[in-house]
Write a protein that binds this ligand. Sequence first.
Ligand code: CAO
Length: 428
Amino acid sequence: MSTTFEIKVPDIGNVHDVDVVAVEVQTGDVIEVDQTLITLETDKASMDVPASVAGTVQQVHLKVGDKVNEGSLIITVLVSKEEAATPAPAAEPAPAPAPVEEAKAIEVAPAPKPAAPAVVETSAPVVSKGKAHASPAVRLFARELGVDISQISQGNGRKGRILKDDVKAYVKKAMTEGITVTGGAALPKIAVPDFTAFGEIEVQPLSKINKLTGQHMTSVWLNLPMVTYHDEADITEMEAFRVALNSEKNNTVKYTGLLFIMKALAAAMQQFPRFNSSLSSDGQSLIFKKYLNIGIAVDTPNGLVVPVVRDVPSKSIKQLALEIGEKSEKARAGKLTAADMQGGCMSISSLGGIGGKSFTPIVNAPEVAILGVTKSSIQPVWNGKEFEPRLMLPLDLTYDHRVIDGAEGARFMEALKYYLGDVRRLLV
Ligand code: CAO
């Protein structure tokens, strides 16, 4: 005697239209509890959705490339009465499926695959308390994630057996709540008080861009040892040239300093190729890029986005002006595609149109450096005989100190100043 169950996409948090990147089962397969059915992927994480009942797959309702939401139907399973009576619990409490006449929806808890399992201490020796009750496959899985399985006190399998989902839930907790792990401590959370105790408040949800930028910035801040080097470039001649270009008869383009900065940056990156590299994911090698694209941070009503301008060395200042105009307009209209924001080699964050004397921009990893720009101003500069009024542009170079050392950072800045000091040098 059998009955039919539907397994649907569970609560996957506040994300929508999530990509299906793998479908692990097909019609006719005999599946077990905990077996991965599909893998979902968002910009930031991927997660396996496991089966919470054993049985025979009657129909698969999804394919790779589909976009799903909470409640999307994954598979229909034919479950024997015996199996249905003893379902394994999911990692988080899920209703045990009771056999009923009509198809019943079962929601299973997704188990996020950590993007950075390094949060869990891996270097400390694994000291087993000898109490963990888990299969060899689950132990291997835990070892791969650097989890000391003895730290998981109770599993959700039969008789407290530790399941893969328990390991995943442990890692999830370590990443989000900061479990203290052997030999080290994860970050403590910041306590948020009840502000209503002090006065009226209004809560506004963050935009998707705000949230993604926040996650990325936090991960960069925690992973990269960054140094910011400050200096000023004398752009008096560059400015005279820029103003002359803007006032030329029949000129239809707006030339801003940013365009010259992009060209000068590209020239300096060609001179110092480490600035156009990325560390490999195992941190054992440097990947040098033979192309040179520059990301430009653009301020939009929804948050910060970084469209990428490709092949900067081959483009004229005029072409760059048109492209920046078009890309920043697209950015502010929320119309940039993912492709528009990929492939950057180094980024520029220019606050010069607003103000500032200096700041410490955060590297847009896996890039290894970023250039910050604030507002130029006339400064008295000693020319050997007297103080001369010169237009000085403050520059802030943040770099990943694992890739670039201080002397190279300083030399890079000198090269940048050299090109900006007289933009004719860019032609040589
Ligand atoms: N010093 C003095 N004036 C400057 C300047 C500088 N460094 N940079 C720009 N300006 C001037 C421009 O010449 C222009 O003047 P006019 O209006 O008189 O012609 C004005 O400031 C506005 O420039 P702009 O911002 O329109 O153009 P841009 O090419 O300099 O910058 C863009 C384009 C897209 C980078 C910019 O509009 C922007 O969004 N900046 C914010 C980026 C940001 O948020 N960074 C922070 C990231 S970290 O959180």
